[in-house]
Design a protein around this ligand. Structure first.
Ligand code: R2B
Ligand code: URA
Length: 310
């Protein structure tokens, strides 16, 4: 039976080994995780992943490889003898997947459809592996509103391009609304861990998640544009006044999926520009690279603390 939006709104936290909330999965003879080239019959997923506690998603494959390398340093992790860090999803060229002890580093591509696919498969992966008490993070980039570029925003609520706090999905010819709530304690804890010595700000705020980078985010520099600069500014100022701190493209789907799954989650994004001042990202590459490490450092600090590492 199809669940109503009301039923879907019930958050049931996962206690004990993570269960997928799909009754069909346990009846399947085999579950092929196609986009990461793994499966529960072709691979011993328990043996490979049973110790996973933190799953970190980010858009770019290279950034998630760098994050994995950074976690090796942070955790002082020794890879099994004779092994190099390798992309466990190398059999597919869609996403990358790295494992550093209890940490998974996964790329999700750009936009909610791409994130949604990898979310399904990673959620099933941690279920097949029998993992429990897992926290999911998105480490990303965004456009800020009224913030110095390079600021870090921890999302407390993800909304769509119409400021609605749910992800609307066409399912069997109906529109289902999945609430996009994040775990407030995790967001607050991350905020409390921001280094006061940093020369950039870290704040908690609302994030708008759109279906497009250009017109979807009120840019004037796309290939199409049917509005004026005044229209654009009126929109950005209106959403800024409604508490939106940054705009990106995945937090809505990420928050809705984690909430629906009963998995603790947080979204931490650096802002690459101030959208009240422009549209183009022209900051030098090395500066952007440095900024993108800021959310990674915060998540690494959280992971270290929860693993009891000083
Ligand atoms: C942030 O950056 C990407 C667009 O450049 C998109 O994935 C996002 O959310
Ligand atoms: N990512 C986005 O989605 N928007 C921006 O403005 C910058 C990064």
């Amino acid at each position: 039976p199809i669940k109503t939006a009301e039923q879907l709104a019930t958050y049931v936290p996962q206690l004990g080994p993570l269960q997928v909330r799909n009754p069909h999965i346990c009846d399947m003879k085999e579950d092929v995780l196609y986009h990461i080239a793994l499966g529960n019959k072709t691979h011993d997923l328990k043996d490979m992943f049973k110790d996973v506690k933190f799953v970190c998603f980010g858009g770019s494959p290279n950034r998630m490889q760098s994050f994995a390398k950074y976690m090796i340093k942070v955790l002082n992790y020794k890879l099994p003898a004779g092994q190099d860090l390798c992309d466990i999803a190398h059999g597919s060229d869609r996403y990358v997947l790295y494992k550093v002890g209890p940490v998974l580093s996964v790329s999700h591509g750009m936009g909610s459809p791409s994130l949604s696919i990898i979310f399904h498969e990673i959620y099933k992966l941690v279920h097949h592996a029998g993992c429990s008490d897992v926290v999911f993070f998105r480490i990303g980039t965004s456009g800020g509103l009224g913030l110095e570029p390079g600021s870090v925003v921890i999302t407390d609520e993800a909304v769509d391009g119409l400021l609605r706090p749910y992800m609307e999905v066409a399912t069997l010819g109906m529109l289902l609304q999945h609430p996009s709530r994040l775990t407030q304690e995790v967001a607050q804890e991350l905020l409390s861990m921001a280094d006061p010595e940093n020369d950039f700000t870290t704040i908690i705020g609302k994030t708008m998640s759109t279906l497009d980078f250009y017109e979807g985010q009120a840019r004037l520099d796309g290939a199409f544009c049917d509005y004026t600069e005044e229209d654009k500014m009126a929109f950005l100022k209106r959403i800024h006044n409604r508490g939106i701190c940054n705009i990106e493209m995945e937090s809505l789907c990420f928050a809705a999926s984690c909430y629906r799954a009963g998995i603790k989650s947080a979204v931490v994004c650096v802002t690459l520009l101030d959208r009240l001042k422009g549209d183009q990202i022209s900051t030098p590459h090395d500066v952007l690279e440095e900024w993108q490490k800021r959310p990674q450092r915060l998540i690494a600090a959280y992971i270290k603390k929860h693993l009891g590492i000083e």
